[in-house]
Structures are given as C-alpha cells and as structure tokens.
Design a protein around this ligand. Structure first.
Ligand code: NAD
Length: 512
C-alpha cells in the first residue's frame, strides 16, 4: 500500500518570510522565476519555490537591518527566553516538521526527526546565551585603571544552506546568531524550501520581533545579493565545495566574516582487531542512512589486511542487498529516495563510472525499483570492493548510497588515505587498541574524528567543522566557535580615580 502522503494535485505555491510574515513569491519584474519542488518518494511535483530577485532579497536585508538596533538592545535573558519558547514550539511541532523534511528531502521520518533533534540541541545551547556572552574583566591593571572586554553582535547575518538538512543546518546558524543579538536572513535550498518558512513562523510565535528572522527562497541571484550587500556583516554557508569556495572568496573580498562548509569524502578504517560485526553495522547506518546524502556519511571503508577485508565484505554483502528501501513515510523503510531525479541520474552515472574504472561491483543499487512508486527517485544500496585512490568514485563526492572499499595493507597505508584526500570533514577508526586509536586521532588530517563512532558529529556545545576543502574560514558552526563567529570583541580601558590628572602623555602608554 502506498504511504506517500502528498497527492500529485496538491502543488503549493511557496513564498518568502520577510518582516514577520509570509510574502508572495515570484517577482514579475524578474520574469516570475521559480524552481520546482518534488516529493522524492512519488516523483510528483509538490510545490513551486520562488527564486527571489535582487530587489526581493534587498527587501529582506532592509527589514533585518531595521530590526537590528532594537534586537541588539534586548537583554541576553530576553533573547534566551525567546529561544526557550522556540525550543518548546519545535518540540510540539516535531512530527509536522519531520513530515515536511521527509516530503521534500526524502529521508525517512525517523531520520528526519533525528536531524531536527540535532538542530534543537543547538537551540538548547543558545538558551544559555546570558552565560556564553559574559565578558572578561581585569581589575586595577594600572593606577585606577580597569580593563573589560565584551562581545557585541555584528548586525545582519546571512545563512545559505544545502538541501540535505533543511531543518538542522539552518538551526546550526540562526539560533546562535539571533541569541547573540544579530538579525538574520536565511536562504534555504530551493530543492526543499518549506521547512525554513515554517521555522521562521515558529520563531515569530516564540516572540522574535518582525525582521529578526527572514527567509528568502532563491538561487544564485539571491545568494549574490547577500554576498554583495554592505548591510550583511557575516555569511554562514553550507553546501558543495565549489560553491563554498566561491562564497568564501566573494564575501571575504566584500569585507564580511565568513564560515563556509563544503563537501566531504569520509573514511572509516577497520583494524584487524575490531569487532567486525559492530563495524559492519556501523558502516550500514553511516553509508546508507539518509541515502548517503549526509556530509558526515561514510563513503569509503578501509579494512586493514586481506583477512579483515574478506570477512567484512562477506558480512556486508547480504546486509546491503537486504537494505529496506522505501517511501520516506513508510515506517519500515531504512532508506528513502534521493532528493531529485537529476541527483539520481548523477549517482547512477558514478556507479557506471566505477565499473568502467575497474572497481568490483558487489551490490548494484541500479537494479532496485519500487513497484508502488515507479516514478520515485529510488536507488538501492551499492557496494564497490577493490576501489583504488586513482578512481573518480574514490576522489569525488558522490553523495548517494554508494560505499567504496579500499583495501589497505597496514595502518600507515590506511592513515595515508584520508590524509592525502582533498576533503577532511569526518573520519573514523574501529579498533580495540587504545594506542592505535590515540595515534590515529593525533595524526589524521580531518576536523572531526570518531573512535568506534562512525559519524562523529560534535554535540552542540562543541563546534562542527572540517579541514582542507571541506571548510573555508576559521570559525566553525555552533558551540564556542559559533558564539565567537556571531559576535565581535570590544575592549574598554577605563580610568576612574578621583583627583588624578596624569597631564599630557606623549610616549607610548605603559603600565605603571
Ligand atoms: P549546493 O552547493 O548545490 O547548494 C548549497 C546552497 O548554495 C543552496 O542554498 C544553493 O541554492 C546555493 N547555490 C547553488 N549554486 C550556487 C551558485 N552557483 N552560486 C551561489 N549559490 C549557489 O549544495 P547542495 O547540493 O544543496 O548540498 C549538498 C552539498 O552540501 C554536499 O557537497 C555536502 O557535502 C555539502 N554539505 C556539507 C556540510 C558540511 O558541514 N561540511 C553539511 C551538509 C552538506
């Protein structure tokens, strides 16, 4: 029986959220441009997302700029209370939000809920903003002189987010920015734009004044407007590496603060002493969960030694074949469809490429189709053995349910693989040996490391970010780095000592 919820006839026209309300979408002066939104499980058109013009994006920036002075002047406790109410509202509406995510992205409901939960953890962290913004004070640094530092908000901040986490990635950004006293313009992915709009409505209901959180749906035109507008002080970007580099370069050139997260190719090393059943199970979730459309998905497994490799493949082959692929709203599905037909074709193309390059295709996901939904964007789990580092399927990010296995002869050979790869987002090692694990954690050239943990996404009170071509900028998402990113330091040196006039001082001011 079909479990896909939205009927093909229910095509919704989406808008933007500016100045505290939904506003109509396309700009007739700009040719009324829009993008199509699909339900990946049925393949049916479900919505039309407006692609904002420069003028519409500037309207959102203007509203955010107008709201900034008032919002920056609210007390941190007031802002924390808005965050507490927002947290309650997201929890109350989590089923609805998960259905929106599953309906436009395609991830299964349980996974969609989990991703919202991870976003909520950042909101919980942002609830502690009065403590996080406490400054530093040095008493009597010189005769009658005290020095104190405070962190102040920047102004209008922009967030540009990818399709694969339509709730979580925006929630990495705007709760932190807004709790710090900034106002925000979010530009979600045009592939799944509805979640951002709903989150903005909930922020208003939580008590954020109009203009504090705005959402413009759009594409390059909206992004370029945000990158160029002098009123925008900081840009947070998450998406593919070529666009991350472009956003970093353009916004930096325009004098903005930028954190720009890019693509990934995450390795999991399996040492001969590892619990192989646990490693295989971890690989199943990490490679095929969310159909591999996670920047922290494991896309390369590196078993060390022939025996480990053979045993791991024998264990995994039937598991990949038996993966339950189905509609995102089917509670029995372990993996849903890919986001669009275009992306499905891209992933199929990579599998073809792997066969041409000589990798051994143990399980071919292209053979999968779902009888109830022949038009859905489905593909089965795919497993390639004997992949070599020279192959494109190893070098490039596929962003689908395709696991490549590169067999290594030693720990050193295994360690060299992530270290020499252009990306450096996440990495994991499975072993029972503490020395090996510690050595690995010290030497590996990646930003987030898992030891017997396949997807080491840091909790919200730590910061998230990769190395090398997975991250451009210095300050990571959420946690202490998030607070630093969305604030700047002001240091005040004050003399309060009655009756003391030091007279003219022409030399360098020195401590006495
Ligand atoms: P994408 O780069 O295509 O799009 C990301 C955002 O950039 C979207 O909002 C999109 O509208 C905008 N954009 C696209 N083309 C643009 C252009 N030419 N100029 C200006 N803006 C443009 O990425 P995607 O396909 O939506 O998301 C998948 C990618 O995101 C993968 O590479 C994945 O690894 C990456 N990702 C990285 C992280 C991380 O933290 N490192 C997290 C999630 C996703």
């Amino acid at each position: 029986m079909s479990t896909v919820e939205s009927a093909p006839s229910a095509v919704r026209d989406l808008g933007h959220f500016i100045g505290g309300r939904q506003v109509p979408g396309t700009d007739p002066k700009n040719g009324g441009r829009h993008g199509n939104v699909y339900n990946p499980s049925s393949g049916a058109l479900s919505g039309r997302a407006p692609l904002a013009s420069k003028a519409q994006t500037e309207h959102a920036i203007a509203d955010a700029a107008a709201a900034f002075p008032g919002w920056a002047n609210t007390s941190p406790l007031t802002r924390a209370r808005v965050m507490f109410r927002f947290k309650d509202l997201v929890e109350k509406h989590i089923d609805e939000l998960a259905r929106i995510v599953a309906g436009e992205h395609g991830k299964v409901i349980s996974d969609a809920k989990g991703s919202i939960q991870r976003g909520l953890e950042v909101v919980e962290f942002a609830c502690g903003i009065p403590h996080l913004l406490k400054g530093e004070y040095s008493d009597s640094v010189s005769a009658g002189i005290d020095v104190y530092s405070m962190r102040q908000p920047l102004g209008v901040c922009a967030g540009i987010t990818p399709f694969n986490f339509p709730a979580m990635v925006p929630m990495w950004m705007f709760p932190m920015a807004i709790a710090c006293g900034n106002t925000f313009v979010l530009k979600p992915s045009e592939k799944d734009p509805s979640c951002g709009l709903r989150l903005a409505e909930l922020m208003m209901e939580a008590g954020a004044p109009p203009g504090v959180l705005n959402v413009v749906n759009g594409d390059k035109e909206a992004v370029d407007t945000l990158l160029g507008d002098p009123r925008v002080q900081a840009v947070s970007f998450v998406g593919s590496t070529p666009i991350a580099k472009y956003v970093f370069a353009t916004a930096s050139l325009n004098g903005k603060r930028v954190q720009s997260m890019g693509g990934a190719k995450n390795h999991m090393i399996v040492m001969p002493d590892a619990d192989l059943d646990a490693a295989a199970e971890a690989l199943m979730g990490a490679a095929y969960g969310s159909a591999g459309e996670r920047c922290m998905a494991i896309s390369v497994a590196v078993p060390v030694g022939e025996k480990t490799s053979n045993e791991l493949m024998e264990t995994m082959k039937p598991m990949v074949r038996n993966l339950k692929v189905g509609a995102s709203t089917d509670p029995t599905s372990e993996m849903g469809p890919l986001v669009t037909r275009e992306h499905l074709e891209k992933v199929r193309g990579y599998i073809h490429q792997g066969t041409l390059e000589g990798a051994e295709l143990l399980v071919d996901g292209r053979e999968f189709s779902l009888r109830e939904h022949p038009e859905g964007f489905f593909i089965g789990g795919t497993l390639f053995d004997r992949v070599s580092p020279a192959m494109r399927i190893y070098k490039e990010e596929i962003f689908g349910p395709v696991l490549s296995v590169v067999r290594a002869r030693s720990f050193e050979e295994a360690l060299a693989l992530p270290n020499e790869h252009e990306f450096g987002n996440g990495v994991a090692i499975f072993t029972r040996n503490g020395d090996v694990a510690r050595n690995f954690a010290n030497k590996v050239q990646c930003g987030m490391v898992g030891i017997n943990v396949p997807i080491p996404v840091p909790l919200s009170f730590h910061s998230f970010g990769g190395w090398k071509n997975s991250m451009f900028g210095d300050m990571n998402q959420h946690g202490p780095e998030g607070v630093r990113f969305y604030t700047r330091v002001k240091t005040v040196t004050a003399r309060w000592r009655e009756g003391v006039n030091p007279g003219p001082q022409f030399g360098m001011p020195l401590h006495r």
